[in-house]
Design a protein around this ligand. Structure first.
Ligand SMILES: Nc1ncnc2c1ncn2[C@@H]1O[C@H](COP(=O)(O)OP(=O)(O)OP(=O)(O)O)[C@@H](O)[C@H]1O
Ligand SMILES: [Mg+2]
Length: 583
């Protein structure tokens, strides 16, 4: 029994606390009925004068009305306060949300939060006078209209998609938009939320671009490498034919044609090798301002009189680890592009300076390592580029120039070189507003070496004995032929093992090793290691159509060893041989 009472009391309290409108009405009616019944009964039992009864009943009624009015007032006030409180909380939530939250009906905004205003740049009043489509990018309006119409028809449409908006200042931003149907002020309306995903979109785009370029680089590098061997043979035999033909033989001009075409092909190949970062670079600490000053002199002549070149150099003594020849090439390519972009003249400004790149730069650009960088900028006042062109400029063979005017390799080479120097390059451009390239190269703590003077031999023949090890038959025969023509005695080997064996057989005669790096059985480096075990001071030249990375993997450092890249012109091979023999 007592437990039942307790249960009832327990149920009673929440009942009172949860005063729903229905409960209030029920309570009001019951209390009213009880009050009227009991008070009237008590009144008629005590008072018998009809006039007095009427008077007291009337006052009793007023008293009831007054009490219930007060209760009603208190209840309404409490309800309003709760409503206001919850509205305030909701506003606060909506306004501090990272997303733009808005309600619209038939594309007209009915309510917008603070983020909507921040995202679009329009004030609340402006937005409430506007139409949903006004904010959307013109390219996306049709798609959005179609979806809205399909939804009105009751079709099943996606409620989440991405589109571009245009802010009050004309800036384009990407948003991730979600919508749902709600009841607003008694009618159906759409509740939309939109997140700004511009940065993510940009990063995705950058990643896609760089993956594409990596893939193209791999392909280009592979093709270029095989091409190199073929070209070595073509150029070499072309030279031999020419050498063998008498001075005035009409066939000599054909040999010349072969050689010029092959040289052009070799230039293309070396561009592709640079792009795919497969060139041997010989980096050492250099002063960036010095390189730019030197190139500047050349550029003034290159870009013509209509273009004014100005330079502001601010790197001072700062050193970067670079191959100066490659950096010069980068600047030449940027300058020729600038020249093409300013057919009626203009201004090209090159600046240098030091920058510290922090995490935020890396986060927004999606690449790099934090640290100190030398920043080179090249700004022109030319025709500029739209986004579509900018997305493709670093691809090899991408050009907007007419056939015969550009190969589309310029920026691909720039890209490859900068990457190989562990730096990065960005481009900012707008049609009609010029272009700015920014190149970041890591600063090194190493000090700048004194200028190295290169000694080149001026003779190219000799009578020494040279061991030539090369697996590619065409290249080997050619090299042997060249060397014998020049008077040398040559010992031939087609792989590393044979090279070691032949060396052992004639070790007293052989004065120079000419070794291909990649060979079957034993590679060039392994053969060298074994031979230098017998004779530590043996003179050696490594030959490769492979890239710098091969040299690195085989631990052949460009500084300690003599490296010659294929395709090598016969004269430079002979010069190199003489130079090393005389050293
Ligand atoms: N400064 C610039 N201003 C305007 N457009 C540029 C600029 N730099 C590059 N471009 C655009 O990028 C494209 C690719 O440039 P890239 O240097 O790779 O090749 P190219 O100049 O066309 O040919 P190549 O350099 O091999 O002679 C150009 O065709 C041009 O449309
Ligand atoms: Mg170019």
């Amino acid at each position: 029994m007592t437990s039942d009472l307790r249960k009832m009391r327990k149920n009673w309290k929440p009942f009172l606390l949860k005063l729903t409108p229905a409960r209030i009405a029920l309570l009001y009616a019951s209390a009213g009925c009880l009050w009227i019944a009991f008070s009237d009964m008590a009144l008629t039992a005590r008072v018998h004068d009809v006039y007095l009864i009427t008077l007291i009943a009337m006052m009793k009624g007023w008293l009831y009305v007054a009490v219930t009015a007060i209760i009603l007032y208190l209840l309404i006030r409490r309800g309003e306060a709760t409503l206001r409180e919850s509205e305030k909380k909701f506003r606060m939530l909506a306004d501090t949300a990272a997303a733009a939250i808005f309600i619209y009906r038939e594309a007209t905004f009915l309510s917008v939060n603070a983020t909507s205003q921040k995202m679009t740049g329009y004030s609340q009043e402006e937005l409430l006078r506007m139409n949903f489509w006004d904010v959307a990018h013109p390219d996306h309006r049709a798609m959005m209209r179609q979806r809205a119409a399909a939804r009105l028809r009751g079709d099943d449409v996606v409620s989440r998609y991405e589109f571009k908006i245009v802010t009050k200042l004309g800036e384009e931003r990407w948003v991730d938009f979600t919508s749902g149907i709600i009841e607003f002020e008694g009618r159906r309306a759409v509740l939309g939320t939109a997140y700004d995903v511009t940065e993510r979109k940009q990063l995705e785009n950058q990643l896609r671009q760089s993956q594409k370029i990596e893939a193209v680089g791999l392909l280009a590098g592979g093709v270029a490498h095989d091409f190199n061997n073929i070209l070595t043979a073509i150029i070499g035999y072309g030279h031999i034919i020419k050498m063998k033909l008498p001075e005035h033989d009409p066939l000599r001009s054909y040999a010349d044609q072969i050689l010029t075409s092959a040289e052009r092909a070799a230039n293309l190949t070396s561009g592709l090798l640079a792009f795919s970062r497969k060139q041997v670079i010989q980096p050492h600490p250099v002063n960036i301002d010095e390189i730019i000053t030197r190139v500047g002199r050349l550029l003034t002549r290159l870009i013509g009189e209509d273009i004014e070149l100005s330079m502001e150099l601010g790197c001072g003594e700062t050193a970067i680890l670079a191959d100066p020849g490659q950096i010069e090439l980068v600047l030449m390519n940027l300058a020729t592009n600038a020249q093409d972009a300013m057919p009626d003249g203009g201004q090209l400004t090159i600046t240098t300076g030091r920058v510290e790149l922090g995490r935020d730069f890396i986060d927004t650009h999606g690449f790099g390592v934090a640290g100190s960088y030398a920043l080179i900028t090249a700004t022109d006042t030319g025709v500029g580029m739209d986004q579509k062109t900018q997305d493709r400029i670093f691809e090899p063979f991408f050009t907007t120039k007419e056939v015969g005017k550009g190969t589309g390799l310029g920026l691909a080479v720039v890209y490859g070189i900068i990457k190989q120097h562990e730096g990065f390059i960005t481009v900012y451009s707008e049609p009609g507003k010029g272009t700015t390239y920014k190149i970041y190269l890591p600063i090194t703590k190493a000090t700048i070496e004194q200028k190295r003077t290169l000694k080149t031999a001026d003779t190219w023949d000799g009578s020494e004995t040279i061991l030539v090890a090369e697996d590619d038959e065409a290249v080997r025969h050619l090299t042997v032929k060249l060397l014998t023509e020049a008077g040398y005695r040559v010992v031939e080997a087609s792989n590393g093992e044979e090279a070691v064996r032949k060396y052992k057989e004639q070790k007293d005669a052989i004065q120079l090793l000419l070794l291909d790096v990649i060979m079957p059985r034993k590679n060039g480096k392994e053969a060298y290691d074994e031979i230098s075990g017998i004779r530590p001071d043996i003179k050696t030249i490594f030959m490769s159509g492979h890239a710098g990375d091969v040299f690195e993997r085989k631990h052949i450092n460009g500084k300690r060893f003599n490296i010659i890249m294929k395709p090598v012109s016969p004269l430079s091979l002979l010069h190199k041989v003489r130079e090393v023999l005389d050293a």
